[in-house]
Design a protein. Structure first.
Length: 295
């Protein structure tokens, strides 16, 4: 099966666990919570014919870190290594009694993004621990009231919210970013458009939770300046697929390049952008972006 741990992956897991136990010899810093799974894994590596382990190795890493104007805070990282790790990412959940639910969700999703972007296919538990040590404390005072990140919000009610985000960036030139914008929108079933150049304009529309996931990924890339210029939320009773499709003003997400002018050939023709928005019934947005009447 695809779930099968290969000998090589199992060996990498054991050497990483050995390294962790030599670096953190005390139970309160590093503790394997499932000794049986570890024994099975070792047995599997030592006797090549042995049965494939039946459960993944799980362990806890505790990280103490200082908080500005406060004492030490402890974060616990509950980790599990899927059989195919490190070809796939480890499963890590960071917790602390000082984090609210939404802070914890954001912290874990940021950690995952960091791992996806930096460690495809390599052992990364130590790097994850370092990241938590350096970054986790900052999430304790993050005010997320302006941004509902809680997963429970979406599931509690039957009302689906359709959202359209109008994102403004100082500029969008980078090919990878442009590809991310299109790929992520596709993955999250969002439609809209992206106008690269200077300024950069991105519009995404679809399920509220998908728009928020898109925004949380986009804003973590490096930007000179990026913000949500305007946001539209529509509550849909029942909110089936058809309801959502009806709300869309754009069929898919595509990159729109309006004839460029300007010294570097990357300033977009805002008059053309205005006519494009007008066609889509969004002309009023132009003023919000550029603070002038379009014509």
């Amino acid at each position: 099966t695809t779930e099968m741990a290969s000998q090589e992956e199992a060996e990498i897991q054991i050497s990483e666990l050995d390294l962790l136990s030599s670096m953190f010899p005390y139970e309160e810093e590093f503790a394997v919570t499932d000794q049986l799974a570890l024994a099975e894994l070792k047995h599997y590596v030592e006797n090549e014919s042995a049965e494939v382990p039946s459960s993944k190795v799980q362990f806890i890493l505790n990280v103490k870190t200082e908080v500005p104007n406060a004492s030490m805070v402890e974060f616990s990282m509950a980790c599990a290594l899927p059989f195919k790790y490190p070809t796939v990412l480890p499963e890590i959940t960071v917790r602390s009694s000082l984090l609210s639910r939404s802070q914890q969700i954001l912290l874990n999703s940021d950690l995952k993004t960091y791992l996806i972007q930096n460690f495809s296919g390599e052992p990364c538990v130590l790097s994850a621990r370092e990241w938590v040590k350096d970054h986790a404390a900052a999430y304790i005072d993050k005010d997320l009231s302006s941004f509902s990140m809680t997963a429970s919000d979406a599931t509690q009610s039957e009302v689906t919210t359709f959202t359209r985000l109008w994102i403004y960036s100082h500029h969008i030139y980078n090919k990878h970013k442009r590809k991310n914008i299109i790929d992520w929108a596709k993955e999250l079933s969002l439609s809209g458009f992206c106008m690269p150049g200077k300024p950069g304009v991105v519009c995404v529309e679809g399920l509220q939770s998908s728009c928020e996931e898109f925004w949380s990924r986009i804003r973590r890339l490096t930007w000179k300046r990026i913000l949500i210029r305007h946001r539209e939320d529509v509550s849909l009773e029942g909110g089936g697929h058809a309801e959502i499709q009806k709300q869309r003003k754009f069929p898919t997400l595509e990159e729109k390049c309006f004839d460029a002018h300007g010294a570097r050939g990357n300033h977009m023709d805002l008059g053309q952008l205005y006519h494009f928005l007008e066609e889509k019934g969004c002309a009023d947005i132009f003023q919000m972006y550029f603070g002038v009447e379009g014509h």
